[in-house]
Design a protein around this ligand. Structure first.
Ligand code: PLP
Length: 377
């Protein structure tokens, strides 16, 4: 038996919802995509939501909608999945990083400010990542964006169901666009899938067009307004990044359980906190005014490699989030990044282990993880 670090939670209601979509007239481009978009927008408190076949696609579309192009630079956190940085490269732009805060593991606003003050070239976009489901210091990042003139894409791939102050993550109160992922290890799932929320109708329309070849059927923006009902226009170059109705049927059904999933993740996190209080590991820090979606529960230990191997040996499916992006061979070779460039992210990486955390993790299994961790230490 292996206990994974994360996994989906699917019940009969999810199965029935997908079965209904499969028996309907539209497997894709039907009404379920629009319904799921509305549900996520309303939940997050944003005006618009555009669904995609992954968060990676949504990040790409967000960068394109904000006009990122060759000659521009985007900054993100080294402590993320490569998709948070790759999205800028797809647009022909360059990428740089801002090191993390050693307590929250999120982009450090002080370091962002320092880097902005001394930057020869300012970023066009900054992509803070709500690591493990805990919001970044978005108020400060927004204030810096106003001062220095960059746009903000909040990569909240880990964070649907979390809050920042009295607003849900995804409200875009302090960002231009916010991105969620629905990969099976995330808080809710559509198999593969992602969503971009925004309060700007122009950005929403641009992302929708990009997701479907750059095609529009909106007469208001067409060159020829009096052609027949068959008529559409391609007005820019886009991709096929569409999600299916089958996936959105699952998404809608998962949305109904989102708050319960997050509450279960919190309950399990509190059990870990209590059990590991007197153990030589650093448990996750929760900054004031944040309610994490708890996608991940990361502990830090000096003896990471040995503890990781011992837990794997015992069938505990631990993982490491994240290998700093700048240390990936592709980024080293292409941009010349090297060890020591972002020391907090590197130090954190050497000590980090993600323990199993998901709604179906029973107390019995969690106790096994805890005792295995204590033995390993
Ligand atoms: C922070 C972050 N951003 C983006 C992504 C990409 O998400 P997706 O797999 O939905 O493309 C992930 C996925 O793990 C992620 O963790």
């Amino acid at each position: 038996m292996v206990i994974p670090y994360g996994r989906q939670h699917i019940d009969d209601e999810d199965v029935a919802s997908v079965a209904e979509a499969l028996r309907s007239d539209f497997l894709t481009q039907g009404t379920r995509v629009v319904r799921f978009e509305r549900e996520v927008a309303d939940y997050a408190g944003a005006a618009h939501a555009a669904a995609f076949n992954s968060a990676t696609s949504a990040l790409h579309a967000a960068c394109m909608a904000l006009g990122l192009k060759e000659g521009d630079t985007a900054w993100t956190s080294p402590n993320s999945f490569v998709a948070s940085a790759n999205c800028a490269l797809y647009c022909g732009a360059s990428v740089d990083f801002v090191d993390i805060d050693p307590k929250t593991y999120n982009m450090c606003p002080d370091k962002l400010e320092e880097k902005l003050k001394s930057a020869a070239v300012l970023p066009k976009i900054v992509i803070p990542v709500d690591f493990s489901g805990q919001s970044c210091d978005m108020r400060r990042i927004r204030a810096l964006s106003e001062q220095y003139g960059f746009r903000v894409i909040e990569d909240a791939s880990h964070a649907i169901g979390g809050s920042y102050g009295d607003r849900k993550i995804g409200s875009c109160e302090f960002s231009d666009i916010c991105i969620f992922s629905f990969h099976p290890v995330k808080v809710i799932t559509t198999g593969e899938g992602g969503m971009a929320t925004t309060n700007d109708p122009v950005l929403a329309r641009a992302m929708e067009a990009f997701r479907s070849h750059g095609i529009t059927r909106d007469k208001d923006v067409m060159e020829k307004k009096d052609e027949g009902a068959w008529y559409y226009e391609q007005r820019s170059l886009g991709m096929n990044y569409r999600i299916t109705d089958i996936q959105c049927a699952l998404g809608s059904s998962q949305m109904r359980k989102l708050d319960r999933f997050v509450a279960q993740r919190h309950a399990a996190a509190r059990r870990y906190d209590a059990a590991l209080k007197d153990v030589a590991v650093t448990t996750p820090y929760q900054a004031e005014g944040r309610y994490s979606a708890y996608h991940l529960y990361v502990v830090q230990t000096e003896r990471r490699d040995a503890v990781f191997a011992a837990l794997k040996e015992k069938g505990v499916g631990v993982n490491v989030h994240y290998i700093p992006i700048h240390l990936q061979p592709y980024y080293r070779t292409r941009f010349g990044f090297k060890d020591g460039d972002f020391p907090e992210s590197e130090r954190y990486y050497r000590r980090a282990i993600s323990l199993p955390l998901f709604p179906g993790l029973t107390e019995e299994k969690q106790d096994y993880v805890i005792s295995s961790l204590k033995d390993a230490l």
